[in-house]
Each structure stands twice: as structure tokens, then as C-alpha cells.
Design a protein around this ligand. Structure first.
Ligand SMILES: CC(C)(COP(=O)(O)OP(=O)(O)OC[C@H]1O[C@@H](n2cnc3c(N)ncnc32)[C@H](O)[C@@H]1OP(=O)(O)O)[C@@H](O)C(=O)NCCC(=O)NCCS
Length: 168
């Protein structure tokens, strides 16, 4: 936010900048008004064409977490549904990483779905592996070419994936 404010001052040197009121990051359930920002984060983090609008119909209180700084979406995490507790996407807005936002979203998803195993696939060279390991997820399969159909061939992310499971 400091960067944004500094750029504003450079662009409009005469303008008066209002004082910044700091706010905590809040963790809320997905709502329709979040979708444009959520899709932007998911397209930049994974691939274009991802559409999570359906999540509004499948138990969003249990299956979706949106991290907000004021009205800015800074992260999002999704399960397929409360029945199928598979993590489809977990992403944090660029520039907001390493602030424990992913950790907090994962914590909320896990605690909102007690007594159920949680599974996911993660690219083999993704540092998020460390995050999942810390929560107790264990690898149960290594799948060669899992992301072949999705990732850009130029992408540095490994096309191979681990399937991880958190046993409850
Ligand atoms: C992976 C991602 C969700 C992490 O978000 P984050 O909010 O920065 O993560 P946290 O701050 O909660 O970090 C938790 C831990 O993850 C690991 N980690 C996260 N990003 C890392 C990085 N770039 N390099 C090394 N470790 C990293 C670290 O173990 C970190 O622990 P630490 O804080 O003790 O160092 C974020 O970088 C992202 O959106 N990446 C693109 C999308 C993606 O790959 N999602 C996961 C696929 S399933």
C-alpha cells in the first residue's frame, strides 16, 4: 500500500493524500462481489479460464475463504465442496506474500471442515509444499505430467505433482 501511495504522490504532486487508516486482514466467505478480484488472482497465479462462481452454490461457508485488506482481495482458498474436501486453489495476491496469509487461509479451511481428510495436488517444485508439510499433509502419490494440459510449456513450475493428504 505504501508503493501505491508513493506512486499516487508522484503522479499527482498537487493532490492532497488522505491519511492512511490501517486495517487488519479479515478472512471471510466468498461473495459475488469478490469474484472479479478472485478470478484475477487465480488467472495470474495458475492459468486463464478458471471460474469459481459455482462455489457460491456449494457450501461457501465451509468451502471458500477470501482474505481481505479493506476492500482489496489479497488471497483466496477453495475446496471442491464440503463433501469433497479437495483443495482446488490457494493463492495470495502478488506483493502480499510471506505475510502468513496462505497459512491463515489454510488454517480456516481445515478448522471449518473437522473430521474429514483434506487432499490436494501441488506442483513438485512449488514452495507451498513446505506450507502443507507444516500442517501435516503427507505425500501419497507422485504423478508425472499432471499439469501438462494446464501449465504453459514455458512455465518454470514442474508439470509433475504430488498428491497430498491430511488425515484427520
Ligand atoms: C504459495 C503461496 C500460496 C504462499 O502464500 P503466502 O501467504 O506467501 O504463504 P505464507 O506467508 O503463509 O508462508 C507459509 C510458508 O510457505 C512457504 N513459502 C511460501 N512462499 C515461499 C517461497 N516463495 N519460497 C519458499 N517458501 C515459501 C514457507 O515455508 C512459509 O513459511 P515461513 O513463513 O516460515 O517462511 C503464494 O506464494 C502463492 O499464491 N503462490 C502462487 C499460487 C500457488 O502456487 N499456490 C499453491 C498451489 S496449491
Amino acid at each position: 500500500m505504501e508503493d501505491v501511495r508513493e506512486h499516487y504522490v508522484l503522479k499527482f504532486p498537487e493532490a492532497e493524500l488522505p491519511d492512511e487508516v490501517l486495517a487488519p486482514i479479515s478472512y471471510v466467505t466468498l461473495a459475488a462481489e469478490h469474484l472479479p478480484q478472485v478470478h484475477d488472482i487465480l488467472h495470474r497465479s495458475f492459468w486463464t479460464g478458471i471460474d469459481v462462481s459455482d462455489s457460491l452454490q456449494y457450501g461457501p461457508q465451509q468451502a471458500t475463504i477470501v482474505a481481505m485488506y479493506k476492500r482489496l482481495v489479497v488471497g483466496c482458498a477453495f475446496l471442491s465442496s464440503p463433501q469433497e474436501t479437495y483443495i482446488t486453489y490457494l493463492a495470495v495476491r502478488a506483493g502480499w506474500d510471506n505475510a502468513q496469509i496462505a497459512t491463515s487461509m489454510l488454517y480456516h479451511l481445515i478448522t471449518r471442515n473437522p473430521n474429514k481428510d483434506i487432499t490436494l495436488h501441488v506442483s513438485a517444485n512449488n514452495p507451498a509444499m513446505l506450507l502443507y508439510n507444516r500442517f501435516g499433509f503427507k505425500a501419497e502419490e507422485f504423478i508425472v505430467g499432471f499439469y501438462d494440459a494446464y501449465l504453459d510449456p514455458q512455465s518454470r513450475a514442474s508439470k509433475n505433482a504430488f498428491r497430498l493428504r491430511l488425515r484427520r
